[in-house]
Design a protein around this ligand. Sequence first.
Ligand code: GRF
Length: 197
Amino acid sequence: MPVSIAVFASGTGSNARRIMQHFQHSDAVQVRLVVSNKADAGVLDIAHDMGVETLIINRTSFYQSEAIVEELRSRDIRFIALAGFLWLIPAYLIQAFPRAIVNIHPALLPKFGGKGMYGAHVHEAVKQAGETETGITIHYVDEHYDEGPPVFQARCPVWPTDTASDIARRVLELEHRHFPIVIEQLLLNQPVTGGLE
Ligand code: GRF
């Protein structure tokens, strides 16, 4: 019986697509549900194309009720991957899924994280700071943006001639390469290899 997971996303869904593709023929892991807070998010079209059920959530129900827990439990979902999900995860959901919610952040946390640090804002800040490298951080989620325990990091160079979109492209490639594999390693209790030195 495969472990069922949910992917939460607010936007394009390129990471969600890679995760769905990675597990499409897996006997061990199944992407059971894609959850989004935006009814027009590109990720919903990707999920539909890949035959994955979708669920749209609204702010009131997400923060004033715990209905999402039942939606997840009724589908036997054991793990949640945040792949560009822009809302803060409420405490009740973290308590319902202890050490079973991970997020991917497009920088080397703890630097360049926290509220408002998402998408191009991150890469602009990395460039403005004159960093010579950046990368990705995959971490467990707690009640604060981007502060949960890190699980994995991967690095890439930043060149002086890079624009923020050059950096974004290089970082996104790292995300696509590593996020599905790290999720699999966590779910199958395999060692997560990769720069947390
Ligand atoms: C990624 O850059 C990820 O690091 C951040 O949100 C973005 C999602 O991009 N959390 P996509 O929707 O998966 O293309």
